[in-house]
Design a protein around this ligand. Structure first.
Ligand code: ZN
Length: 136
């Protein structure tokens, strides 16, 4: 099984777990539903809505290329030019360090990071995990 497949399954499992949790809330109380007469749509309230919101927030931290969860210290920002070189727009999501390097065609350097840096631990692990031929 490819690494990407495993990550995709992990992501799917997470989505499913969250939906189950939301469903549990929905089944516990019909008060969680709210009909908006203006938009004529059913809305979800309370704990179910919170669970869904939390899940959506967390999913935003998954690498758009390989689905790796970047919320564990792998969240960072780079310059607009460098990010554009990755082929993603400003609101297109996250890339893990490995996928970002693959997309920009070179290794990331500490000076590439702008406002937010990956955690020191994640960065060290990432550098150590690079193929020997590419380290200098
Ligand atoms: Zn990735």
């Amino acid at each position: 099984m490819k690494r990407t497949d495993r990550s995709r399954i992990k992501r799917l499992r997470y989505v499913t777990e969250t939906l189950c949790l939301a469903q549990d809330y929905l089944e516990t109380s019909m008060d969680t539903f709210d009909f908006d007469t203006e938009t004529e749509q059913w809305g979800i309230l309370g704990e179910a809505a919170e669970a869904i919101e939390k899940a959506q927030a967390r999913l935003r931290f998954f690498c758009v290329s390989c689905n790796k969860d970047t919320s564990g210290g792998e969240y960072y920002t780079v310059s607009d030019e460098l990010w554009a070189a990755s082929g993603l727009g400003g609101n297109d999501g996250m890339l893990c360090l490995r996928c970002c390097e693959k997309r920009i065609g070179r290794e990331l350097r500490p000076e590439d990071f702008t406002h937010i840096f990956p955690s020191a631990e994640v960065w060290e692990q990432h550098v150590a995990g690079r193929k020997p031929r590419s380290t200098r």
